[in-house]
Design a protein around this ligand. Structure first.
Ligand code: UT7
Length: 340
């Protein structure tokens, strides 16, 4: 667990603010009714077990890069900036189009070019929160002035829309969203406490095999190459415990009670996981945002989509304390508590 102590913040003299946010959701839609026609499932089961009613799907020809570029353009526009004003782009995704080059390099080019640093970051559903911590820390220490972070996923390409793929097909959707982080002169603004963790012993609970050797030895469904494999029950158990422990640790490090947090912006993986965290800390419903019914689980895009919707609705604004929390494949988990 890392914190940014008041002393460290004062010493650096640099604060960090969110200068703009934006999102892009592709026009294709997969409803629970559509899934009923493709596999053995039901709208009732999906809504009860997950809270999801629909998810979006990229159009044929729309790649991960297209989604990321649209979200990046929206975030830069909201900040009144162009890509040439940015020192670094971090693209959080599990679906980089290529590993060489990093997809982020081509996103910078598509956004108008220039010479911003660019890298892809893989931390599955924790990717945006990992990236916002890194962006903040680089700005706080003075090595960067502005960092654009985009979380983008094209997960429907990794789902199988038949009964044997239903464990993941009902959950995942395509989307992208981003935020511009910028240095400011008020050192009290920025992260109060943050965390980034992993436990690789749990890798088999959520993985994406690209070739035969990527499967665990005891795997069934070895023909399902390029399809997300998930042990839903194991991830669920891990998530409920980790979510609560992480919120608890982050509050303790910042020495504030849950009541002092104005908004919890959490990875949207399953409404039951969010409800468990809300109940444990007595968080009122209006302080823990839920939009999973409209987008499903969009992995690294889910936290910045929530952030953008909340900012645009005026529910997240300067002066507030906001906690970001995510967990996912790796296994990974991360938090970021901000004084905006
Ligand atoms: O983003 C981070 C990564 N992912 C997650 O956070 C996901 C975490 N896990 C989950 O959200 C849940 O485990 C799922 C939604 C994936 C599954 O819900 P569950 O309550 O854990 O269901 P289950 O796997 O324990 O299955 C319960 C029953 C089984 O039937 P029996 O054995 O009780 O007769 C399944 O065969 O539901 C059946 N089932 C389904 N039925 C209709 C499993 N999937 C489906 C389905 N439609 N899609």
């Amino acid at each position: 667990m890392n914190t940014t102590s008041p002393q460290a913040r004062a010493l650096s003299g640099i604060g960090v603010k969110i200068a703009g946010t934006g999102m892009y959701v592709p026009p294709g839609v997969i409803t629970n009714g559509d899934l009923e026609a493709l596999m053995d499932t039901s709208d009732e089961w999906i809504v009860q077990r997950t809270g999801i009613s629909k998810r979006h799907r990229a159009l044929p020809g729309q790649s991960l890069r297209h989604l990321a570029v649209e979200a990046g353009r929206a975030a830069l526009g909201d900040a009144g900036l162009s890509i040439q004003d940015v020192d670094l782009l971090i693209l959080a995704t599990v679906g980089a189009e290529t590993t060489c080059p990093a997809t982020a390099c081509r996103v910078v080019d598509d956004l108008g070019g220039g010479n911003a640093g660019a890298l892809d970051l893989v931390a599955a559903c924790s990717g945006f929160v990992y990236s916002m911590n890194l962006a903040h820390n680089m700005i706080r220490c003075g090595s960067m002035k502005r960092v654009l972070v985009i979380g983008a996923e094209h997960l429907t390409q990794f789902c199988e829309y038949t009964t044997r793929g239903r464990g993941t097909a009902i959950l995942f959707g395509d989307a992208a969203a981003g935020a511009v982080f910028e240095a400011c002169s008020d050192p009290s603004r920025g992260i109060l406490a943050q965390a980034m963790h992993s436990d690789g012993s749990g890798w088999k609970d959520l993985y994406l095999p690209y070739q035969e050797r990527d499967f665990p030895e005891d795997a069934e469904d070895r023909d399902m190459i390029g399809v997300l494999h998930m042990n839903g029950r194991a991830v669920f158990k891990f998530a409920v415990k980790t979510f609560c422990d992480l919120i608890d640790d982050t509050l303790k490090k910042a020495s504030i009670p849950a009541d002092d947090v104005d908004m919890f912006v959490c990875h949207q993986s399953n409404v039951r996981i969010l409800d468990a965290a809300r109940e444990r800390f007595g968080i009122p419903a209006e302080k823990l945002y839920v939009n999973i019914e409209r987008y499903g689980n969009t992995s690294a895009a889910s936290v910045p989509i929530c952030l953008d919707e909340l900012r645009k609705a005026g529910r997240v604004r300067d002066g507030q304390k906001v906690m970001f929390v995510a967990f996912g494949g790796g296994l990974t988990w991360a938090s970021s508590l901000w004084q905006l």
